[in-house]
Design a protein. Structure first.
Length: 314
């Protein structure tokens, strides 16, 4: 028997319903409309099969949507039963959330609290972001924590801490981080879709990779008191400390990118006193479970060149 908290059970159910609608209902309805336009015999037979299947799927979705409005009022026993149903549905339709569903024949929903070290919320004034968007981002956070990576371990350590990180979601601009004491405030553009400068082959932005960069990279070191750039009491020269800070954050990001099968970032657009330039970043070798990076060489005007390639410890 596996036991999870009520908060996590509610999250798993909500994400299952969202993913079922996105990955099953929308494509299914699109295909039905497509076959409606075809009038040959094969298309008509397939059309009938689609309609029969669609009716069954629609019944499932109707049940799930109705339940969505009542979840908060259910006791733990009823919540457990519905979570079991969601687990079966997520496996049957191969929904991404299935990776997070606890194992075991019976799931008992307990009342223990989730880790309170990371909060997830919508930035004030952002009217186009919904709670469903936040739940999907939180689901990615749980995937990070369950990834078996160093980035996931650091993410979970903050998750299980006290008042470590506040994540606020917005729908424009670059993601950023600030701090007060050991606590970080991370602002994430939840709709960011772009490519990083200076990369060949191209490297696209990714919500999970961005979360790892800001949380496992910067926020973790801030909470530990060892973040080079954001630790103003022990801050080195701004350019060099920024370089070291981004090396660590991109190292964590590249480990998670490797886990997801995404292209890794090889460059970071740094700044010196005169003009922007591209700094080489650590690359993660998954088979060795190691990072490798070029030793940085900065001249007296903070112009960067890459030195010898060495193993890197983030």
């Amino acid at each position: 028997m596996s036991q999870i908290s009520r908060e996590n059970a509610l999250r798993l159910i909500r994400v299952t319903i969202f993913e079922f609608h996105r990955d099953v209902m929308i494509p299914l309805n699109s295909n039905i409309h497509l076959y409606d336009r075809e009038r040959n015999a094969d298309a008509m037979r397939l059309h009938e099969r689609f309609h029969d299947f669609s009716a069954a799927v629609q019944d499932i979705y109707s049940t799930m949507s109705t339940a969505m409005e009542e979840l908060e009022e259910w006791d733990n026993s009823k919540l457990s039963q519905f979570l079991n149903l969601c687990r079966d549905i997520s496996e049957l339709y191969d929904l991404p959330i299935h990776e997070e569903m606890p194992d075991g024949e019976v799931l008992e929903v307990g009342n223990e609290e989730e880790g309170g070290g990371i909060t997830w919320e919508i930035e004030e004034g952002e009217e186009d972001i919904t709670q469903n968007d936040v739940e999907i981002a939180r689901a990615e956070g749980y995937r990070i924590m369950n990834s078996g990576t160093e980035a996931g371990r650091r993410f979970r350590e903050l998750h299980n801490s006290q008042d470590a990180v506040s994540i606020k979601f917005k729908n424009s601009g670059k993601s950023s981080i600030s701090k007060v004491g050991r606590k970080s405030t991370v602002k994430i553009n939840i709709n960011e879709s772009d490519f990083y400068d200076g990369e060949d082959p191209p490297v696209a932005t990714d919500l999970g990779a961005t979360l790892v960069h800001e949380i496992s990279g910067h926020a973790y070191r801030i909470y530990q008191g060892t973040e080079p750039f954001h630790n103003k009491d022990e801050k080195e020269d701004g350019v060099i400390s920024l370089f070291k800070s981004e090396q660590i954050a991109v190292a964590m990001e590249n480990e998670y990118r490797s886990f997801k099968g995404l292209n890794q970032r090889t460059k970071y657009r740094g700044k010196d006193s005169l003009f922007p330039m591209y700094w080489d970043m650590p690359i993660y070798e998954r088979q060795e479970n190691k990072w490798y990076a070029y030793l940085p060489i900065f001249d007296d005007r903070y112009r960067y060149t890459a030195g010898e390639k060495k193993e890197f410890n983030p």
